[in-house]
Design a protein around this ligand. Sequence first.
Ligand SMILES: [Zn+2]
Ligand SMILES: [Zn+2]
Length: 342
Amino acid sequence: MRALVFESFAGPLSVQEVPVPDPAPGGVVVRVAASGICRSDWHAWQGHDADVVLPHVPGHELAGTVEAVGGGIRRWRVGDRVTVPFVNACGRCAQCAAGDHQVCAHQTQPGFTHWGSLAEFVALDAADVNLVAVPEELDLTTAAALGCRYATAFRAVTQIGRVRPGEWVAVHGCGGVGLSAVQIAVAAGARVVAIDVSAAALDLARQLGAEHTVDGGADVPVAVQDLTAGGAHVSLDALGAPVTCGNSLRSLRPRGRHVQVGLLPPEQGRAEVPMERVIALELEVLGSHGMAAHAYPGLLGLIAAGRLDPGRLVTRTLALDESAPALADVGRRPGIAVVTSF
Ligand SMILES: [Zn+2]
Ligand SMILES: [Zn+2]
């Protein structure tokens, strides 16, 4: 099969012929119809994820059809249209028993712990636990975004951030996950301030319903405090950088909730968290890590009802042969880029 491969960290990315994977017991192999290119793929390529073994195929934000099933599969058959959270939970540990599959102790992640979905086929573990059926009315290109960025934003805004109507939400970083968070927060009835260094990304944020935008080069906390008359109720670092993390914490009003969504690999510097402010203002500092497969029906229901429209976030579709420069330049162009031909 054809796949995007790197053989050294931050080294050349090239499309190569590699063996088609076999399904593991309890797992499936999916023929990939669409695979988004996410900042986490860039982190894997850069060597920021200790799970990655070289040579490697990135890609974790996917949708497609079941091509082969391993032994013991009950829920899926060949031809089923599916997507999957990027965290593939074991289904058996204490976290899974509590429903917290997104922090499973024995999780695997396509594109990190094994070869991923920027390829014609991808192997997925514990399919009965992790696969999500894609409704006929949802196209697979849009469904791919549900594997990582859109579902992650949905959980960060609605479940972790507990955003309520009328609250101010600040979104720091308007890449794929940030723009998703803007759309979801607006749909939840929040008033959104979007922050980014890119004017094009801020334009898109306004189109998605952001009430105010702030240039990331400005004094962001002061600007957010001014625009929201005292600070955001909820603030998300949707980029994952020490500066956006710090800005997010300083953008909050008393008792505000900071949600860390973007990855913060220590290789890029540790974020300085103003704990004196956390104490004095009784801030909450929260992490958000994907979303369990069993939580998808709520999200899919809002999409079917027209309340959420992840398709608006997909601004570019590409061929696999175009994926190398797109991955290397991730974040340069606004919106979500999805590989749709392999
Ligand atoms: Zn991702
Ligand atoms: Zn588990």
